[in-house]
Design a protein around this ligand. Structure first.
Ligand SMILES: N[C@@H](CCC(=O)N[C@@H](CS)C(=O)NCC(=O)O)C(=O)O
Length: 214
């Protein structure tokens, strides 16, 4: 299986963490190694990542994660309890749909370059959506019936692999994460784990070692 991604691709980082947590070997393909236009032909959505399963191109990290969970069910990324499973999915969907989708580079560029928003407006947009999002996630963890070391259990899974890349992203965008101690505690437990460490942008083969993170 080939994962087409890029070093700084937080939706791709979710998938890399999932593959690592399950111990699934995969071939990393940097989109920059493809011919111009080739990726758009493979994936008309044009967004990263995509999973190439023997020529079937699967776009969208949510679809890729579902495929991985269905085809490699053990170890599961989801809690055993159906209620907790649903909560973990809801937590992750909030990150993917209500935070990441509103703050990705193409949205920021549209606001700034096409709609005439200045730096201050773009910053306000980011702080608004990230602030609302993280506050809701923090509150969700505070309201768990039984607190656990990771978002929804004793092992990192579906919710955590969405949370950690989103937190790094938010930091890069200058968002203050100090009001979210429960999220920070989960992050502290995840970050040293191999599955998370080897999925970070810095560990990808196409990471621009001389330039550092943008
Ligand atoms: N909903 C998509 C989001 C994908 C997405 O927005 N990816 C960004 C990078 S994180 C992207 O491809 N941006 C365009 C680009 O980098 O060329 C998913 O979960 O896969």
């Amino acid at each position: 299986m080939r994962l087409i991604s890029r070093w700084q691709n937080s939706a791709g980082e979710r998938v890399r963490i999932a593959l690592n947590l399950k111990g699934i070997p995969y071939h990393y393909v940097s989109v920059s190694s493809l011919e111009p236009g080739e990726y758009r032909r493979l994936n008309p959505q044009g967004l990263l990542p995509a999973l190439d399963i023997g020529g079937h191109i699967v776009p969208q990290s949510s679809a890729i994660l579902a495929y991985i969970e269905e085809t490699y069910p053990i170890p599961s990324l989801l809690p055993e309890d159906p209620g907790l499973r649903a909560q973990a999915r809801g937590f992750a969907a909030h990150i993917a749909s209500e935070m990441h989708a509103l703050t990705v580079q193409r949205v920021r560029h549209l606001l700034r370059d096409d709609l005439g928003g200045g730096e201050a407006e773009v910053k306000r947009w980011l702080q608004h959506w990230l602030g609302l999002g993280f506050a809701a996630l923090e509150q969700t963890l505070a309201q768990r019936q039984s607190p656990s070391p990771f978002c929804f259990g004793d092992r990192p899974g579906w919710a955590d692999l969405h949370l950690i890349p989103q937190m790094s992203n938010a930091r890069r965008l200058g968002h203050d994460l100090s009001p979210y101690p429960l999220l920070l505690a989960v992050e502290q437990r995840c970050v040293p784990l191999d599955a998370f460490r080897s999925a970070t942008p810095e560990m990808q083969p196409d990471f621009p070692k001389t330039e550092g993170l943008a």
